[in-house]
Design a protein around this ligand. Structure first.
Ligand code: FES
Ligand SMILES: [Fe+2]
Length: 396
């Protein structure tokens, strides 16, 4: 499951290139006509472009001639896409515009007379955007994006993406583990106050806080939230009395790291939305970010973090978000342990491929919980994965 190439290949075909909507960009990354961003769906390279009429396109980043990567920069602005190898040129929507030496030179060489530009464009994907998040799919059958996400997840995407955003920065994190271990991690509210000392020590997140772990109807996506300050400090010492992660004698030399503003009227201070299969959308205190999973093989993936604020944030809010950005990302005070957690699982499971994990916190079913001591959403993920990738067939 975490080490076998057969599963990895099946995931690419049946999941990432199958009936799923994959996050590819924030609209704010490609705001102007001609803007492009190259990225990946699973491990398939794709390019997101903004056309002259403002429409968005997503095409496979593979030349229709002999397969070269067409777009080699991560981001930029171009009038059209051009392959460096033999300079085949494509419109921003992927249509082939022209081929050098098409009619040969001095009557010699050139493409056959029946060569039809229309038959040789880049592979085009379906594209949909939801409040500034851009998704694409290889599937012609998958339901429209908001049906795929369901009303609960759509509502909470819209809550965070409630107005135009501005990008604050990117971080890329290479993790030597299987991407599904991160899918588990982000559907697991239970680890967050045990693994992450900073969370618990400074009260940003504790399992004693008011919070829930909910899923969409299909149980492939999950929504975890909590409200800082809803816990009872005296009771917490009892709950965590034997835990290494609870020591309130610590204090920050510079408390401005945690100084922030209450910005959502519902009082929710932490949201982790895991959108199947490749996106995590988060609000942790005043940090807002997307984390995109890009797979590299059974034992490695990349996490691309893009932190953002709202376009109408004032200068003080910009400063708050930037300072709090130290909490998240690959070296963040409350997220660096997740990469390590994935890697220590990968290292240990690699040696015995027949061993099993035990996932039962919260009752052992893919059930919603009105608390944070559950692994229900992990089971929801695996149920969907099994259906899509076909575990039984591959194990037998
Ligand atoms: S491979 Fe792209 S033009 Fe030849
Ligand atoms: Fe975590």
């Amino acid at each position: 499951m975490f080490t076998d190439d057969a599963f990895y290949k099946a995931e690419q075909e049946h999941l990432f290139r199958g009936p799923t909507w994959n996050f590819v960009a924030l609209e704010a990354e490609v705001p102007n006509p001609g803007d492009f961003k190259s990225t990946f769906i699973g491990d398939t390279p794709v390019v997101v472009t903004r056309d002259k009429d403002q429409s968005l396109h997503v095409v496979v980043n593979r030349c229709a001639h002999r397969g070269a990567t067409v777009c080699r920069a991560r981001q930029g602005n171009v009038p059209h896409l051009e392959c460096v190898y033999h300079q085949w040129a494509y419109e921003l929507n992927g249509d082939l515009m022209g081929v050098p030496f098409r009619r040969g030179i001095k009557g010699k060489g050139g493409m056959p007379a029946d060569f039809d530009l229309k038959q040789h464009g880049l592979v085009k994907l379906r594209v949909e955007a939801l409040n500034g998040l851009v998704f694409a799919t290889f599937s012609q059958e998958v339901e429209p994006l908001t049906d795929y996400l369901g009303p609960l997840i759509t509502k909470h995407v819209e809550r965070i993406m409630c107005r135009p955003i501005k990008i604050l920065g990117n971080q890329r994190q290479f993790i030597h583990g299987n991407w599904k271990l991160y899918a588990e991690n982000t559907r697991d509210p239970y680890h967050a106050s045990l693994l992450h000392l900073f969370h618990n020590t400074f009260g940003l997140y504790r399992s004693t806080q008011t919070g829930e772990c909910l899923m969409d109807e299909s149980k492939r996506h999950s929504f975890l939230y909590s409200k800082a300050g809803s816990n009872d400090a005296a009771r917490d010492s009892e709950v965590y009395q034997d835990s290494r992660s609870f020591d309130t004698s610590f204090s920050l030399q510079d408390p401005s790291l945690l100084a922030g503003r209450s910005e959502f009227p519902d009082g929710i201070t932490l949201v982790i939305l895991a959108l199947y299969p490749n996106l995590i959308l988060q609000q942790i205190s005043n940090t807002l970010a997307v984390r995109q999973i890009v797979t590299h093989g059974p034992d490695s993936f990349e996490l691309v973090w893009t932190q953002f604020g709202y376009a109408d944030d004032d200068a003080e809010m910009d400063a708050i978000r930037l300072k709090q950005s130290n909490l998240i990302g690959p070296a963040g005070m409350i997220s660096m342990e997740d990469g390590e957690a994935v890697e220590i699982v990968q290292q240990a499971v690699s040696s015995d491929r027949k061993a099993r994990s035990y996932i039962a916190m919260g009752g052992g079913g893919a059930d919603d919980a009105d608390h944070l001591v559950t692994e229900g959403a992990i089971i929801g993920f695996w149920q969907n994965y099994r259906e899509m990738v076909g575990i039984e067939e591959r194990v037998s």
